[in-house]
Design a binder for this molecule. Structure first.
Ligand code: KIV
Ligand code: ZN
Length: 551
């Protein structure tokens, strides 16, 4: 019989790289996924869902690389999603081989509406598949998670049966997804209680929850689930994910941290216990949020709880007065606790390569010699323009370097002329994937518009700019500006991000990064057998026809 010890704390299962990456435009390349996985490990998550190994060669490679690099003896469990299909489970098991602690997460829908219209199977058939595929996953590894998709719209009696059979077949975690974000907090809590009370072998598995934020109550649902016996929370950084996103990791963790005296008794602890309810190093939260936002191009709304720009800003006079007298008058948590103030001035113009490398190591970046050299050149260039460099400046440089691939088009030159008496005009030179240098110029409504129009003339891939944002990394007139853009082409969204003290250069580079993602995806559609990274060197650019829709 399968014996799963019940955890005395909350397990944090991060699905930023799987469900999070499913949101439009958030597609990440393997290096970017690896950078996020490393940071998630530093954050202290228990499980990283690294991807869906069967979905594509790129996904397989990402799961495998994360398993190899982050799945160390004292690292997190690395997990791959798999439909309840043999080929999916085999791909997951193969990709996870290098991980010291691995988990297969297999799932099947259980609601009648999914059974009738999507799976076209009876309840009995789904029950049998669930049992058989959990057992199949178990033949590869001990740690098997099973999810009943659309659980919150499933007949509870049928749900209990499926869960019982999955546990009997070897599932060590059973996950209850609110796939469509339909449930209300008290209902979700009752569902978890019902499972605890009606699934006879429930003590042999950890109860996990997964939920979407369509009605804005994802986090509230999970907290109610914790009160009723859930011990694993599946969440994402900044709450990114399908549609309205997933329950947000930072909100859950900080709610359990700030209100631990309220939650302690539900975990059988004395109310005043100071023992953390999760393994998360909360001081890594802000840094992780920035990394995920930069690499996915998914901006964090300013009023977002915990990590939004205004989350610790006090604007009203009454609040400011109170804060000056005693912080606790209007603050329930300290900005320091999420690492918001960990932004020291560390390096300057005269700092050498060793100091640069050492500080990057302290910040958790372990770069190869080539990447370190590239980043150091950027650092020197920036240090000439900006006297003092902070940790966040260094992070911006490194994140920018990580984001360069795939480098199909390369920005060689951008030059603008603008002003109150001039018509904004831009000239750009791009190096094409075949090494040709192409130059064009355009007039726009402003300098950035002119740059984007000139680039579109060179690249000639129809696209529509749907989001453009500039944010400064630190305060001050010489701050680095970070530009994030999202553009649409044939119903798909591609993002680009870049940082520079010159926001026109950052805007141009961000646009090139987004165009490169778009171009790589067009290449891989033309040549599906060749992974995009290989196509960069092996495939000549496709001639893309179409109207020159301007940004
Ligand atoms: O939302 C969902 O149901 C999922 C499952 C695959 C767990 O993402
Ligand atoms: Zn989901």
């Amino acid at each position: 019989m399968n014996q799963q010890p019940q955890p005395d704390r909350i397990i944090i299962f991060d699905t930023t790289l799987r469900d999070g990456e499913q949101c439009p435009g958030a597609t990440l390349n393997v290096d970017e996924k690896l950078a996020i996985a490393r940071q998630l490990a530093r954050l202290g998550v228990d499980v990283i869902e690294a991807g869906f190994a069967f979905a594509s060669p790129g996904d397989f490679e990402a799961v495998q690389k994360i398993a190899k690099t982050v799945g160390t003896e004292d690292g997190p469990i690395v997990c791959s999603l798999a439909r309840a299909i043999k080929a999916d489970i085999e791909a997951a098991a193969e990709a996870l081989k290098p991980a010291r602690h691995a988990r297969i997460h297999t799932f099947i829908s259980t609601s009648d509406i999914h059974l009738e219209y999507q799976l076209k199977k009876s309840r009995a058939e789904v029950l049998a598949i669930a049992e058989e595929m959990v057992a199949y996953a178990k033949s590869f590894m001990d740690d098997v998670e099973f999810s009943t998709m659309d659980a919150t719209r499933t007949d509870p009696e049928y749900l209990y049966q499926v869960l019982e059979r999955a546990i009997a077949a070897g599932a060590t975690t059973i996950n209850i997804p609110d796939t469509v974000g339909y449930s209300m907090p008290s209902e979700f809590g009752e569902l978890i209680r019902g499972i605890k009370e009606n699934v006879p072998n429930i003590d042999q598995a950890v109860i996990s929850v997964h939920g979407h934020n369509d009605l804005g109550v994802g986090v509230a649902n999970f907290l109610e689930a914790v009160k009723n016996g859930a011990r694993q929370l599946e969440c994402t950084i900044n709450g990114i994910g399908e549609r309205a996103g997933n329950a947000s990791l930072e909100e859950l963790v900080m709610a359990l941290h700030v209100r631990r005296q309220y939650y302690n008794p539900f975990l059988g602890r004395p109310a005043d216990s100071e023992e953390p309810l999760t393994n998360i190093d909360t001081r890594q939260i802000y840094k992780t949020s920035r990394l995920v936002s930069n690499l996915t191009g998914m901006l964090v709304q300013p009023n977002k709880a915990i990590v939004g720009a205004n989350a610790f800003a006090h604007e009203s006079g009454i609040h400011q007065d109170g804060i000056l007298k005693n912080k606790l008058t209007y603050e329930i948590m300290d900005a320091q606790s999420i690492g918001l103030n960990d932004n020291q001035i560390v390096l300057g113009k005269h700092s050498g390569r060793n100091a640069f490398r050492t500080r990057l190591k302290e910040l958790g970046f372990d770069l190869s010699e080539t990447d370190l050299n590239k980043a150091f050149l950027r650092f020197k260039d920036l240090a000439d323009k900006k006297k003092e460099m902070s940790d966040w400046d260094l992070e911006a440089i490194v994140n920018d370097e990580i984001q360069q691939a795939p480098e199909l088009f390369r920005l060689e030159l951008v030059q603008v002329s603008c002003g109150d008496r001039a018509r904004p005009t831009a000239t750009v030179t791009l190096r094409t994937p075949t090494g040709e240098e192409l130059t064009d110029a355009a007039i726009g409504t402003g300098p950035v518009d002119a740059v984007y129009k000139a680039m579109n003339r060179v690249v000639n891939v129809p696209n529509q700019l749907i989001e453009f944002s500039v944010q400064s990394v630190t305060a001050g007139i010489d701050a680095i500006g970070e530009v994030t853009i999202r553009l649409r082409h044939s119903d798909r969204v591609y993002s680009g991000h870049a940082a520079n003290t010159d926001i026109i250069v950052a805007s141009a580079q961000a646009y090139v990064n987004a165009l490169n993602r778009l171009y790589a995806s067009l290449q891989s559609e033309k040549n599906p057998s060749v992974p995009p990274d290989e196509q960069i060197t092996t495939v000549a650019p496709v001639a893309i026809q179409g109207s020159r829709e301007q940004a």
